[in-house]
Design a binder for this molecule. Structure first.
Ligand code: NAD
Length: 332
């Protein structure tokens, strides 16, 4: 074999038919990786994989992370795992904590164990800002967390505990990425548990009045999908030994209120339909368990991984709104 030949790297992306996972599949295929996707389509969609399915470097395995054999099959011959599969949403976890726990904790442990047995190079997983729970300090720094406020938050914290134990006891390299309010192309608008941005976009496109819980002054660190992709790429490629076996805030490092978010959405969407500017915004009561403000410190990611987020909320929203208009206008 030619010395120059670069050995192809294979990534397993669990939850690869979901919002974040399908964006990761597309990105890493475009970078020349072989990509295996494991998904049971609980909340993911085949159409999210439209750009991947005909790529000869892509393999789809329909399976469930709650089934250990599916995890073993998916991880065979894989160099890196990007574990995204989980049941998201705080309200869903309050309605059905048992299923959320089965998928997010038992499924996670299955994947971690299968990855250890296969001796993968690194296991990178989707952690969550919900792990900060009731801690009030801003910005959030990785070492200071509070008590979880939902079953979902517990599951995501347990993931971090398991990952740390697997690193310490079995030498499996792990990196947890605590995602903060991710948004962008392909995020589900229709689910009962849709996130605020796709939900508001869909309602505004239909000239329906969106409902803000509270007075709109609560704020979040809204993070565009391309910043998240960058973090995943840095997490698998870092050769800095002190950068592994830890967790990172994966965020923009800025915060905006829901009122500001709504103003941007109206402004960008009314380019397509001026009537959107006149849609009335409704205000309700604050949702139980919602923290008033969230903002990440991204210093650790900048220092140890060289993270350099390219998208602010406004820049990301412009792209996301264009995508939603072009892809959903027929179906709105
Ligand atoms: N979107 C966010 O703002 C955000 C914030 C924090 C953390 N996260 C985490 O990021 C990850 C991806 O989230 P997303 O927003 O893309 O959600 P998503 O629901 O779009 O994607 C999750 C994917 O996992 C799959 N899945 C669910 N249960 C499964 C199972 N038992 N076996 C195999 N596949 C299964 C779903 O079908 C779906 O394709 C999740 O772990 C989520 O908890 C997301």
């Amino acid at each position: 074999m030619d010395m120059e030949t670069i050995v192809k790297q294979t990534l397993l992306i669990t939850g690869g038919a979901g919002f974040i996972g399908s964006n990761l599949c597309e990105h890493f295929l475009s970078k020349g990786y072989d990509v295996v996707c494991l998904d049971n389509f609980a909340t993911g969609h085949m159409h999210n994989l439209d750009k991947c399915l005909h790529n000869e470097n892509f393999k789809l395995i329909e399976g469930d992370i709650r089934n250990f054999d599916d995890c073993v099959k998916a991880v065979r011959g894989v160099n890196y795992v990007l574990h995204q599969a989980a049941l998201g949403s705080v309200p869903r976890s309050l309605e059905d904590p048992i299923t959320t726990n089965d998928v997010n904790v038992s499924g996670f442990l299955n994947m971690l164990t299968a990855a250890r047995d296969e001796k993968v190079k690194r296991f990178v997983y989707a952690a969550s800002s919900s792990t900060y729970g009731d801690s009030e300090g801003l910005p959030k720094v990785e070492d200071v967390i509070g008590k979880p406020l939902s079953p979902y938050a517990i599951t995501k914290y347990v993931n971090e505990l398991y990952a740390e134990i697997f690193s310490k006891t079995y030498g499996l390299e792990t990196i947890g990425l605590r995602y903060f309010n991710v948004f962008g192309r392909k995020q589900d608008t229709n689910s009962a548990y849709a996130a605020v941005i796709p939900k508001f976009v869909q309602q505004l496109m239909r000239l329906e009045s969106p409902l803000i819980n509270g007075d709109g002054t609560y704020s979040r660190d809204f993070t565009y999908i391309d910043n998240v992709i960058q973090m995943n790429e840095l997490a698998i490629s870092t050769v800095n030994a002190s950068a592994v076996n830890t967790v990172y805030n994966t965020a923009c490092g800025d915060r905006n209120t829901l009122n500001e978010l709504m103003q941007y959405l109206k402004a960008y969407l009314s380019k397509y339909d001026s009537k959107i500017n006149d849609v009335e915004i409704l205000y309700g009561v604050n949702r139980k368990g919602d923290i008033p403000h969230s903002l990440a410190s991204i210093d650790k990611a900048k220092t140890l991984l060289g993270y350099d987020p390219k998208f602010s909320l406004e820049e990301g929203l412009k792209e996301a709104v264009d995508w939603y208009w072009n892809n959903l206008k027929e179906k709105k």
